[in-house]
Write a protein that binds this ligand. Structure first.
Ligand code: ADP
Length: 595
């Protein structure tokens, strides 16, 4: 139904009521006053007729007709009333205006018929004799219980109607003015009734826009005031409820977002109800782009889709590991369970995601490490076993061969020993917590000199010069034996991979809040492609050459570990054929104040 403003519903009703009541009142006034005048007129005519009757009672209606007619004319002219005297037969014997002999029989006139019956007859009708509307009152003249005749008095109503014409105009104009006044008043009242409602409607607009702090005006009308108060109270309660809901939602979101595990919930139609930041990150989606959308359009991962479908269909908890190919081969462990309502109805599924990529990587590293260790150990053991078997079988006769074989066995044993020692060092370093290695403020020059001393024999064997450049007072907060071991490993490599008679430079300096220890050689250098993996355990550029030189492939990974427990980092710059520079950077933060 079409809705209209209250003002335009109230105001027309008022106008209708006003028009109807004023018309009714006007009509009633006109009708009553007219009736009153007609009644008065009839009484007047009756009184005149009764007076005449008294005068005529003694007359003879058979012989005194001339007198009667004359009386009618005289009295009629004096009293401006038409007087007619009629016999019970209807014959007119006297009349004010006409010659009775020419007048027709009046027996059928209603007022005459009444009077013939002994009653007073009153009638109003158009007179064909006088050509105007007249009021007639007929009174019987009774003598000795016998009706002798009838006196009829009559007056034209034209004057009354004229008089009433001007009264009608006045009443109608008055009614019209009253109606206009009443309309103005009713418009004012309608506005007064509707204005508070209009104001309330405007104010309630704030509620629809979510502003529940706004207050509706109370006004002076009881009912509207109560309504406004009720709505204000309702808005207050709604505001509190919404705030509580928002707080609860924020708390829930904060908890979910602070979780390392991803959480994602679906309804029974596989539509995403919600997910936390961790889940969005793991699955590579934006929270607001997938919330409310279907699983198929949000996550293009067939395994995840099947997993969710299984939980929704089966209604039982499930777990599985899936790979996310498009996101750097992330592996996720999914744990999903159905969501039940209070009455046990299935509402959807919630899935908890764990990023197990790192675990998988560690597992792979561990497996590779075990394989590498076994391989590294097998080579010298096989070699030792081979030579021992040869010696035992008596296949060697010359003492030179025997001593050569024993030397090889001894070298392989040394190799085994150094591999195991290096592995032990690494394992110890693995167990050492960062910053928990007992740092001491130590002069670096001494540490570097000790490292050079340890490598002196090897350097001398290849006639390699080692130069050192370090301020005497340069101190670092270090674990001296560990750092010395790291520098020894770097110098040892520099000697191993340099030609005879070349040189090695070792320097230590404070640069930009960092202490940099550089070991530079002019040896074979390293191809760029090997640099990213150089510090991995058992990684070697040239496996055969490394073995030949007594390398274990663990030296640089030990360096990396030692530096990292000092909160530092190690880097390498190398040009194949020209040489390499290995740099250890120790942060100044490990230095005590004032050093
Ligand atoms: P290794 O015991 O084989 O020397 P490291 O871990 O010390 O093992 O070194 C790993 C590999 O890095 C070596 O096998 C070698 O190929 C390369 N490398 C290390 N230091 C140097 C260097 N100064 N010059 C050239 N290559 C080097």
């Amino acid at each position: 139904m079409r809705r209209r403003p209250l003002l335009w519903q109230l105001f027309p009703s008022y106008i209708l009521v006003i028009i109807l009541s004023i018309t009714a009142v006007t009509w009633f006034i006109i009708y009553s006053s007219k009736q009153f005048f007609l009644t008065q007129n009839a009484k007047e005519l009756e009184a005149r007729a009764v007076i005449l009757r008294e005068r005529m009672t003694g007359l003879n209606f058979g012989s005194d007709t001339a007198f009667i007619n004359d009386l009618c004319k005289r009295v009629g002219l004096e009293s401006a009333t038409r007087i007619t005297v009629i016999l019970p037969t209807g014959k007119v014997i006297g009349d004010t205006d006409e010659d009775p002999t020419k007048m027709e029989n009046h027996a059928n006139r209603p007022e005459v018929q009444e009077a013939v019956g002994g009653r007073i007859g009153v009638a109003t009708r158009y007179s064909h004799t006088l050509y105007e509307t007249m009021m007639y009152v007929a009174v019987p003249i009774i003598k000795d219980g016998q009706i002798l005749g009838i006196v009829r008095t009559a007056l034209p109503l034209t004057s009354i109607e004229h008089a009433f014409g001007s009264i009608y105009t006045k009443i109608i104009v008055g009614g019209f003015l009253i109606a206009i006044l009443a309309m103005a008043v009713s418009f004012y009242i309608s506005r007064r009734i509707t204005l508070p409602l209009v104001k309330m409607k405007r104010a309630a607009g704030h509620f629809t826009r979510g502003d529940f702090t706004h207050h509706l005006p109370i006004g002076t009308t009881e009912e509207i005031g109560q309504l406004a108060e009720t709505m204000n109270e309702m808005a207050k309660q709604l505001n509190e409820k919404i705030r509580t809901i928002i707080n609860q939602r924020n708390e829930r979101e904060a908890i979910l977002d602070s979780m390392v595990e991803g959480v994602i919930a679906f309804d029974m139609t596989e539509r995403v109800i919600g997910l936390n930041r961790a889940a969005a990150q793991m699955l590579g989606v934006e929270i607001n782009q997938v919330t409310g959308r279907y699983l198929q359009e949000s996550f293009r991962n067939a395994n995840l889709q099947k997993f969710v479908a299984r939980i929704l269909e089966g209604g039982a908890t499930q777990d599985e590991e899936i790979g996310i190919q498009d996101k750097a081969n992330i592996i996720l462990h999914l744990y999903g369970s159905p969501i039940h309502s209070e009455n046990g109805q299935n509402l959807g599924a919630v899935i908890v995601l764990h990023d197990v990529t790192r675990l998988h990587q560690l597992e792979t590293i561990r497996r590779e490490f075990v394989a590498n260790v076994s391989h590294e150990l097998r080579t010298p053991i096989t070699s030792i076993k081979g030579f021992i078997d040869t010696l035992r079988d008596g296949g060697i006769h010359s003492p030179e061969d025997t001593s050569r074989f024993l030397e090889i066995i001894a070298r392989q044993t040394d190799r085994l020993n150094s591999i195991i020692e290096n592995l032990l060092t690494l394992s110890e370093l693995d167990q050492t917590e960062r910053g928990n290695i007992g740092l001491e403020l130590t002069e670096l020059k001494g540490v570097l000199q000790n490292a050079i001393g340890a490598c002196e024999l090897k350097a001398a064997a290849k006639e390699i010069q080692i130069q050192i450049q370090c301020d005497d007072d340069l101190k670092a907060n270090i674990n001296a034996p560990l750092l010395e071991q790291a520098v020894i490993n770097l110098i040892d490599n520099a000697i191993k991979y340099s030609e005879t008679k070349s040189s090695i430079e070792i320097s230590a300096k404070l640069d930009n809040a960092t202490i940099a220890i550089n070991v530079t050689d002019h040896g074979c250098g390293i191809e760029k492609l090997h640099l990213p993996r150089l510090f991995e355990r058992f990684y070697r550029v040239d496996r055969a050459r490394s073995r030949e030189l007594g390398g274990t492939g663990l030296g640089l990974s030990i360096v990396k570990h030692i530096v990292s427990v000092h909160d530092g980092r190690v880097e390498v710059e190398s040009t194949p054929g020209k040489g390499s520079t290995f740099s250890i950077f120790l942060p100044l933060s490990t230095l005590p104040f004032g050093s």
